[in-house]
Ligand binder design. Structure first.
Ligand SMILES: C[S@@+](CC[C@H](N)C(=O)[O-])C[C@H]1O[C@@H](n2cnc3c(N)ncnc32)[C@H](O)[C@@H]1O
Length: 247
């Protein structure tokens, strides 16, 4: 009975993924992209599987959504970083296709290591030629490698600290991987659907500050974070960039 259920579940997942793929193929207008994103919300498909099926169109579709998180996170790091940018090595967690590293490169940063749960997204990140190492890892299920402790000049996690993606506890791993004195930059959305997650994230970030692990450098609240795909909200959803400095 279990095997039959598992086979049926796989079949449903395959059909959902095929549907995502068909919807995202050639998507270009805001309404097309909205349908792709909403189809993921409506289905019980694993988030990284959704990204794998979206990978090929991700960059052009998020441009339609006016997704600004990679630019805003890179600006925040760039404003505060005072070391040698060419020699610095930055860890890009949930790197996706590599949009964050592309923005950081514009600010003169030279070295990137990336992690993502989706091998298909990683393949596109590999194609940018920006990363010296790329690792497939499902955060929440697997910790970051222990030998990365205290290794990176800065660690970023952009667009994946939200419901259905990585659990809040992952931020402890981000802090562990950062060199003392290095920066951790994170983003989340602050729209209605993500408020519960954001509340838990805010509590964990504060708790870690009270434990003496890091200090808060800046919190930037942005109203026009990206276009909203929900009828319940206005034209844009809001979001936040957090920058912490490891002690
Ligand atoms: C919105 S995209 C952000 C990608 C990139 N950081 C950017 O801003 O363009 C979210 C990414 O997080 C990855 N992701 C989601 N949940 C994850 C998890 N638990 N572990 C690892 N990667 C995850 C997805 O595969 C996807 O590439």
């Amino acid at each position: 009975m279990m095997a039959v259920n598992a086979a049926a579940g796989n079949d449903i997942r395959q059909k959902q993924l095929l549907k995502f793929y068909e919807m995202s193929a050639g998507s270009s207008t805001f309404e097309d992209v909205k349908a792709v994103v909403l189809s993921a919300h409506d289905n019980a498909t694993y988030e990284v599987d959704f990204y794998s099926s979206w990978a090929e169109n991700y960059d052009k579709d998020v441009a339609v959504l006016e997704y600004r998180a990679p630019t805003l996170a890179a600006n925040s790091i760039s404003k505060h970083f005072s070391g040698d940018r060419e020699k610095a090595v930055l860890l890009d967690v949930a790197c996706g296709t590599g949009l964050v590293a592309k923005q950081l490169k514009k600010h003169g940063f030279g070295g990137f290591v990336g992690v993502d749960g989706s091998e298909t997204m990683l393949e596109l990140a590999r194609g940018t030629g920006l990363y010296q190492e790329l690792k497939q890892s499902l955060l929440g299920d697997e910790p970051l490698p222990v030998h990365w402790a205290d290794s990176f000049d800065a660690v970023l996690m952009v667009g994946a600290l939200c419901g259905g993606h990585a659990p809040v506890a992952v931020v402890r791993d981000l802090c562990k991987a950062t060199k003392p004195g290095g920066y951790v930059c994170m983003t989340t959305r602050s729209n209605i659907d993500n408020l519960e997650y954001k509340g838990a994230l805010d509590r964990e970030l504060k708790q870690m500050e009270e434990e003496g692990l890091w200090i808060c450098v800046e919190v930037i609240e942005v109203k026009d974070w990206e276009r909203s795909v929900s009828e319940k909200e206005g034209r844009y959803v809001s979001g936040v960039v957090y920058l912490y400095k490891k002690i």
